[in-house]
Design a protein around this ligand. Sequence first.
Ligand code: IMP
Length: 429
Amino acid sequence: MPAYGVIGAQWGDEGKGKIIDFLAADASIVARYSGGNNAGHTVINHLGTFKFHLVPSGICWPHTVNVIGNGVVIDPDVLLGEITDIKSKGLDTSRLVISDRAHLIMPYHVALDRLEEKRRGSSAIGTTGRGVGPAYLDKVGRSGLRAGELLNPEDLMLRLPDIVKFKNELITKIYGGEPVAIDSLYEKTTRWASELAPYIKPAEDMVFDALSAHENVILEGAQGSLLDLDHGTYPYVTSSNATVGGALTGLGVGPRGFGGVAGVFKAYCSRVGSGPFPTELLDKTGDHIRTTAHEFGTTTGRPRRVGWFDAVAGRYSARVNGMDSMIITRLDILDGFDKIKVCTAYEIDGRRTDKFPVDTVRLGRARPVYEELKGWQGTTSGLTNPRQLPTGAKDYVKRLEVLLGVPTSIISTGPSREETVVMRPIMGR
Ligand code: IMP
């Protein structure tokens, strides 16, 4: 099996880290292709509990090369902190590769992210404040700095004064913020160069070689398709392409290398930050799901907004990613519900539609049309065999399959690697 996309299908936090750790048993490469340390991927296995922000979720396997692709933006301080942390837990980081074409998040990007959010006031996006948007802005504006430049830090430092002068004018004169000290940037650049240099390589060559040898490569999605810069709920989105298209440009692979795309869906929905969320539950049911599922951000600790499964958004997500299967996580959170609702259409300005609208203002006025399904009383928590699933849970999954038009490959029934039900093998698992 060649390259296989494992993509967030909703608004992020679908539990991709756990799934990728499970699937990586048969992968020679796990490669991140978009986003930055706005992501938080939790992996729990016999080695411990890990919260990765930049390091791909295959790092726990001794045979897997973990690539941070050119489409990712990297805060070197965060990455170095993560490398130190995982080394201290006994993991080998020698199989970590940073694409020399990946852009760097600099301290002025973090400052600008926070200042811009403050300026937006009541229309703030609710970014993670990690400098991700401003770093991509510089990439597109052709004034970014790339990881490969850390291999020649003297040349990079020659570029810094001009860049920092302009950024500090923006920070102080437009936003009234505190300027970034260039001396500290020289010091950081020197440290980053010496500590990160061993990891910086032409990553696309490694991915190409693995695919040519017919080895499994997992394309690790970050965030979710509905936060995708082009296909998400713009402007309440992140600044990169979380959908599978981002993997082509974000890693330098061609479509011929693709073996399939699995979309990771939570059995319900969640969203962090601002933006329309038609099935949001602002009542006791929402509080119950948030508390039981511990829906608080891995990166920022913010409480997540939660709601019923949205099949209108889900079907759209399945289409823009060309999904051939879905992976359902956190099914156990719905254990014990008498009734479970699924949104099958929206009513917008008195009209019913099953299409996901491009206009975020219209989406904000969408009233969900629900179908009510019977819940189940038994537990799904920790199950590993499809035959053990309660009838109500099987019916729920089957209904989602029909509504989205894709079969289910995997159901996750708990946070650990083993708490996994394979319905239909993918990637040899
Ligand atoms: P940014 O990516 O920090 O610019 O934030 C833009 C939007 O994407 C905000 O609504 C964030 O809450 C959301 N976001 C970014 N990364 C994640 C993630 O990993 N999970 C969920 N939401 C995210």
